[in-house]
Design a protein around this ligand. Sequence first.
Ligand SMILES: [Zn+2]
Length: 480
Amino acid sequence: MLYRWLTHLFRAGLIFTLTGSLVSIPAVYANKSDGSDNTEMLVAELAEDESVEDVEHSEPLRSSEPKNDSGKMDTAQTSDEKSASQDKTPDSTAEPAVEEVAPNVDLKEVAPPPKPAEPAESEPSEPKETADQSKPTAQEADAATDESGVEEPAEVTEPQKATSLKMLGAEVLPGTSTRLAWSPAIQIAGLSQPTPVLVVNGSKPGPNLCLTGAVHGDELNGIEIIRRTMYDLEPDKLSGRVIGIPIVNLPGFQQGSRYLPDRRDLNRHFPGSTDGSLADRIAHSLFENVIRHCDMLVDIHTGSLKRTNLPQLRADMNNPEVAELTRGFDRMAVVHSTGTTGMLRHAAVEAGIRSVTMEAGESLRIQEHQIKAGVNSLTSLMDKEGMISRMFVWGDPEPVYYDSEWIRAEHGGILFSETKLGAKVSEGEILGYVSDPITNAQHPIRASSDGRIIGMAVDQVVMAGFAAYHVGTEAEVPGE
Ligand SMILES: [Zn+2]
């Protein structure tokens, strides 16, 4: 109650602060091209990952009425999904049958490398009963979706019980954290190198949040965002579970490559299949063994080279549950994007898991300001979802929603920008020039509408058709 009062009391002050921040953005960027010491979370330099085409081909944002015809993800269904996810055995063929209690590892200490999740010598495990007796009741499932549950404990007569998380052949007890190992089983068995999966199972019930990084092996910021986020969690203060896979594409990561060893883009193969290409099989293994445990998924990416973005989420705002999820990310630009078939985010949403892509910087770089923005947003999300309580923030998260459009170069040449990331632009305003190095022709590129530069190419050689500027127009949230 006191919290609510204070929230209202400080709301006005917060809005004032945010307004001030927005106004100051162009100036910040005029002075700092790198922005590495920029503490302003709203603005940073990024590159976009989901391709320009993904955004362009999105189904247009539909207006207002919250629709539930997708059926999959209305609130009631989400509760069901949640109960299911608590004791889901995603794919009996893929999931190792043996479960042993995972050691409670202090994630802050150097731990031995995880062992592969292949069924080992079976140790008859007494904790199995713990798991069975702690199956979630409907009431528990409801409580888990109740975002304000933390604020209104008075209505709860009996404390809810957290349950074990059974995945990857292990059982993670409530109030513990551990490292598991995911093996897609596509390598030469003797050389198989398992992919670490960090799990924090809270001592209180709540939703399962999954964080995936480096689905493209050259995208480094997400790895660090997941590390910082997870190492800050305390199992005994967490409601729900956080499952983090900092480096999904381990082979790509080791080679500094975006792709899998077969040159395929893993993020075009979800949910995968057991009899398809290497990418299909890896995707299927990850999806069945890990992703299906999630109630929420934040897939963290960075961009292709040579484009910078405001920090942003890509989310299908036509999906009411996904739209609601975006409200938890504090001070993060949200760009509507349906996503395309094969993307992890898309496949997860199809499977009833609320999912967004977070764009956090450029590939092959570690960018402190991007990482801070990402960690801050995830912390805000966990707070909004009732998983943690952060006392130092007043008021509700304040995401900013955009409809967007890419403006392309009409001529080949060298691109010189006149505008800055985050700048407000007007229709017809010159954003930059493409200069022909041979004929000396100067071709201006103009804004086709009023808006804000939420992404742009760095100065470089371009061909005609190159997507140079991503202009966002602030939009209302569907349903509001
Ligand atoms: Zn990516």
